[in-house]
Design a protein around this ligand. Sequence first.
Ligand code: HEC
Length: 141
Amino acid sequence: MGFLLSLSLAAAADSLVAFRVEGGTAIAEPLTGKRGDPVEGARIAAGRTQGNCLACHALPMPEEKLQGDVGPDLKGVASRLGEGELRLRVVNPKLVNPETAMPAYYRVDGLYRVRKDLVGKPILTAEQVEDVVAYLATLKE
Ligand code: HEC
């Protein structure tokens, strides 16, 4: 028990932030309490290591030659989805569609509060999720 207790204390200091899913369709509040940086978000979305959104989506970035079509073209996505809906899709699209091929970038369990020692590190930090959401929110038609 002593070992388990110290393990969970260590993990608690390093846990994912808690958040609320409104009506199963949106996370209204920024994970970090403030909106992210859209320029940094575009960089993360186009980056091939962490975001890698271009593996599956097209983005309005003509300089990026390799764009995917597994998922919908994200040009104009902010005209279809609100900021809270965009945030939920980046955090965990499986809460919208359990069958989706899209990865959960900030994965959590049914309580929406999971320690990293149980699920592994999220693909994006809370700050990076907010940067990506801020970028997506600029994609209006
Ligand atoms: C492995 C493929 C894959 C990757 C990588 C991926 N997505 Fe997706 N995404 C999808 C698919 C497929 C859908 C269609 C909806 C579904 O499956 O439920 C989708 C849907 C979406 C939607 C909703 C679009 C709409 O019009 O309803 C958004 C927003 C989105 N993705 C953003 C992102 C962002 C941002 C990234 C990178 C951080 C990303 N996706 C990475 C496959 C992917």
